[in-house]
Write a protein that binds this ligand. Structure first.
Ligand code: PBG
Ligand code: ZN
Length: 322
């Protein structure tokens, strides 16, 4: 008789035949950085996640590095916003300063920067606005300028999350032209117009002040379109691809895995984190186990890289369970 249970009999057997594993080296930990001196402000809907003051980055980075994490993804909260988001590319902007500080304190830490305008624009959209329209081509030079300023500050990887058409090509060309040929580009190629970003918008103060993002982010009903976005970003020069959100889009992640040979990241977004924390706090689930199961599911679906607010907790647990 055929008995799959034979291979589940002991822990050693189960370990031997396991197909997927979490690895601390695969994580990217997102960080919210503010210009408010001394800040360490917990985000209400994301327990355990803070906005860190620039002057307190070193202590946080030391903790991250001590856990064995090797990559961070930076989001900035500027002191001032305007119609075009000019603080996004300011030489002394919050991200530019943060990158320099992190590279000074932890030169080995891989620094990825989110490239977008929504945290820097007064209207909260990811591009230039005319009336109620989000202008595509007018936005491209601003994104390129922002990415360039991150690279100049020392970022290893720039990650455009705006969803304007042609931005990967525009950023790649700008980087190459200025000699930043080794700055890698991780594109949020497959980014849905998702309600799961709610807590993030509180954290990063980047909620659109009118309308929504459905004219630029993808329709959650579409999966084939994800492959088209990947094809375009690949042709434009993306080095790595992000699928976002993760858990409600594991089918898309799997399809992306089969479609591209590029390294693939799953972005385990803020709303996914918030749901788990809420249920955990209520005592309705075993939070740690569900967290590890979720992260494992993203790997199993095809992700090489996990961008997750759980990275620190996961790193701690992986160490304990070894
Ligand atoms: C900015 C950006 C967002 C996220 C990453 N970059 C928000 C949005 O597009 O509205 C979401 C991250 C998360 O929810 O964890 N464009
Ligand atoms: Zn944005």
């Amino acid at each position: 008789m055929l008995r799959p249970r034979r291979l589940r009999r002991t822990a050693a057997l189960r370990d031997l035949v396991r197909e997927t594993a979490l690895d601390v080296r695969d994580f990217i930990y997102p960080l919210f950085i503010t210009e408010r001196t001394g800040a360490r402000e917990e985000i209400a809907s994301m327990p355990g996640i803070y906005r860190h003051g620039l002057d307190r980055l070193e202590e946080e980075l030391a903790e991250i590095a001590a856990l064995g994490l090797r990559a961070v993804l930076l989001f900035g909260l500027p002191a001032h916003k305007d119609a075009v988001g000019s603080a996004a590319w300011a030489e002394d902007g919050v991200i530019q300063r943060a990158v320099r500080r992190i590279k000074a304190a932890q030169p080995e830490m891989l620094v990825v920067t989110d490239v977008c305008l929504c945290e820097y624009t007064s209207h909260g959209h990811c591009g230039v606005v005319r009336g109620t329209e989000i202008l595509n081509d007018e936005t491209l030079p601003l994104l390129a300028r922002t990415a360039l300023s991150h690279a100049a500050a020392g970022a290893d990887v720039v990650a455009p999350s705006d969803m304007m058409d042609g931005r990967v090509a525009a950023i790649r060309a700008a980087l190459d032209e200025r000699g930043f040929t080794d700055t890698a580009l991780m594109a949020y190629s497959v980014k849905y117009a998702s309600a799961y970003y709610g807590p993030f918008r509180e954290a990063a103060d980047g909620a659109p002040q009118f309308g929504d993002r459905r004219t630029y982010q993808m329709d959650p009903a579409n999966a084939r379109e994800a492959l088209r976005e990947i094809a375009l970003d690949t042709a434009e020069g993306a080095d790595m691809i992000i699928v976002k959100p993760a858990l409600a889009y594991l089918d898309v992640l799997r399809a992306a895995r089969e479609y591209t040979v590029l390294p693939l990241a799953a972005y385990n977004v803020s709303g996914e984190y918030a749901l788990l924390k809420a249920a955990g706090r209520l005592g309705w689930i075993d939070e740690e186990s569900v967290m590890l199961e979720n992260l494992l599911a993203m790997k199993r679906a095809g992700a090489d890289i996990l961008i997750s607010y759980h990275a620190k907790e996961a790193a701690r647990l992986l160490r304990e369970r070894l």
